[in-house]
Design a protein around this ligand. Structure first.
Ligand code: F6R
Length: 264
């Protein structure tokens, strides 16, 4: 009598991780991936983030556009989020940030940032619905670039955000407000709300690059990439995506054990 064969499916301990020596090398790698996509698909749809983490990536994309002829004229970009209430022309707006750091410099013709203009909740809900519709109309996001907040947020999806959430008005976590206080000249000036793409919107992108730099992100990155996905840690849902990669510098990777890092 032959015994039935027992088979065990070995799941990878974690999703792919790329660890770069330092922030400059990290930005080189992330920018190279985005540039490769734009070359391969001139009509690519990019999902983009603000914050300090992607700044070096944007500098490299600007150099690629200005010095190497990388053509963004057919690319469409959707940003993750905007403070609310926030006029787009304010120097604190993410609209202004993206215009200054990227869009004005690469001659991208079609770019969108959620609208943070002060208005009624019903009007905000309508514009969120339109944002989702605009993403669908262009065939969805090919590549979504993400940073991670110390609260574990992606976009402004704070702890408690459901994995199927869509673009909507959200309330910011105390840690997120504290982190923004410096750039707003005091905690009292930071808007307590934002309009953010949802986790569900983000997870529909065909490829996700989650980027983190510095020791301040090491603990939250470890939790997001090694623990079970949970409502308490929005970035943990990125691991459920079939084409997601974590991009870190050695400082942000310091709390990941060798087993997790080896899977790269
Ligand atoms: C910004 C965004 C946020 C940031 C995160 C990290 O559009 O969506 O999730 O990516 O707060 O910010 P930095 O890069 O400044 O540490």
């Amino acid at each position: 009598m032959t015994m039935p064969l027992m088979t065990t499916t070995l799941l990878p301990p974690t999703k792919p991780i790329t660890v770069a020596a330092d922030y400059a090398a990290l930005c080189d790698l992330v920018a190279a991936r985005i540039a490769a996509l734009v070359r391969e698909k001139p009509g690519a749809v990019l999902g983009l983030a603000t914050g300090s983490t992607p700044l070096g990536v944007y500098d490299r994309l600007v150099s690629a556009a200005q010095d190497d002829g990388l053509d963004f004229s057919g690319v469409t970009c959707f940003n993750l989020d905007e403070y609310f209430p926030m006029a787009s022309e304010s120097p604190h707006s993410y609209h202004h940030f993206m215009q200054k750091n990227l869009f004005r410099r690469i001659r991208c013709r079609r770019w969108f940032v959620p609208d943070g203009a002060p208005r009624s909740e019903a009007e905000v809900a309508q514009s969120c619905w339109e944002y989702e519709a605009a993403i669908r109309e262009v065939g969805g996001i090919d590549l979504q670039l993400l940073g991670i907040g110390r609260s574990g947020h992606i976009g402004f999806n704070e702890p408690g955000s459901p994995p199927d959430s869509r673009t909507r008005l959200v309330t910011l976590h105390a840690m997120t407000l504290a982190d923004a206080a410096g750039s707003f000249g005091g905690l009292e000036n930071v808007p307590s709300q934002a309009v953010s793409m949802g986790i569900g919107t983000i997870l529909e992108a065909r490829e996700i690059l989650l980027m983190a730099s510095g020791t301040g992100k090491a603990q939250i990155v470890r939790a997001a990439w090694t623990e079970e996905p949970t409502l308490a840690l929005p970035a943990s849902w990125v691991r459920t995506h079939s084409n997601a990669r974590l991009y870190l510098d050695t400082a942000a990777a310091q709390d990941l054990d060798a087993a997790a890092q080896a899977f790269s």
